[in-house]
Write a protein that binds this ligand. Structure first.
Ligand SMILES: O=P(O)(O)OP(=O)(O)OP(=O)(O)OC[C@H]1O[C@@H](n2cnc3c(O)ncnc32)[C@H](O)[C@@H]1O
Ligand SMILES: [Mg+2]
Length: 170
């Protein structure tokens, strides 16, 4: 199968590679998410994932298009990391959706997000490193490396793939 992924982020590509087989062709392509660079609700993050999946399918002419989007969402407990995925197939017109693990962010990080900074640069600044979002991600930092961004997204991709197979068999 040919699978288009709507991102060139390494953690996202790795997640798709982990779940699909070596016989599948995975094409990564930079596409607009159609939402803000830093989505600020579940709804906006889901919308970003859906747009990416749709654009990935169209621009790569693949069998499946996958979109993965990271964001944050306000809760009564504080700001949480949220992650969503969407999958479109060539033969189906409604997207399959799956959500990822979520954790509360430290206040120091949340305050900066609320004043309009993006999580990617905040994390690099906080850890004094570069490109954390391509590697273990914020989730990797705050879980002490036990769950990386790639691993978290691979669960999302597995839930997308499983639902797709279930739908096909139904
Ligand atoms: O190239 P793309 O696919 O856009 O990859 P990205 O890393 O920018 O990822 P998203 O657009 O999905 O994430 C939205 C924002 O949140 C940041 N972000 C999300 N999850 C993160 C994480 O786990 N660690 C660090 N930054 C993260 C990211 O840098 C963006 O500012
Ligand atoms: Mg982005």
């Amino acid at each position: 199968m040919k699978i288009g992924i709507g991102s060139t982020n390494l953690a996202k590509i790795e997640a798709v590679q982990r779940v699909f087989s070596e016989n599948d062709e995975i094409i990564s392509v930079r596409v607009p998410s159609g939402v803000s660079d830093q989505p600020f609700s579940d709804e906006e993050t889901i919308e970003g994932a859906i747009q990416r999946a749709k654009k990935a399918l169209e621009t790569t002419n693949a069998d499946l298009g996958i979109g993965l989007e990271g964001g944050v969402t306000e809760t009564p407990y504080g700001l949480m990391l949220c992650n969503w995925g969407a999958l479109y197939s060539k033969t189906d017109h409604s997207p399959i959706i799956a959500g990822g693990a979520r954790i509360l962010l430290p206040d120091e990080i949340s305050e900066r997000l609320r004043t309009g900074e993006e999580l990617g640069p905040i994390m690099d600044d906080y850890c004094m490193r570069e490109n954390i979002r391509h590697h273990e991600g914020a989730i990797g930092i705050f879980t002490n490396g036990l769950i990386t961004r790639g691993e978290m997204f691979s669960h999302v991709v597995r839930m997308l793939k499983g639902q797709f197979i279930y739908r096909m068999n139904g």
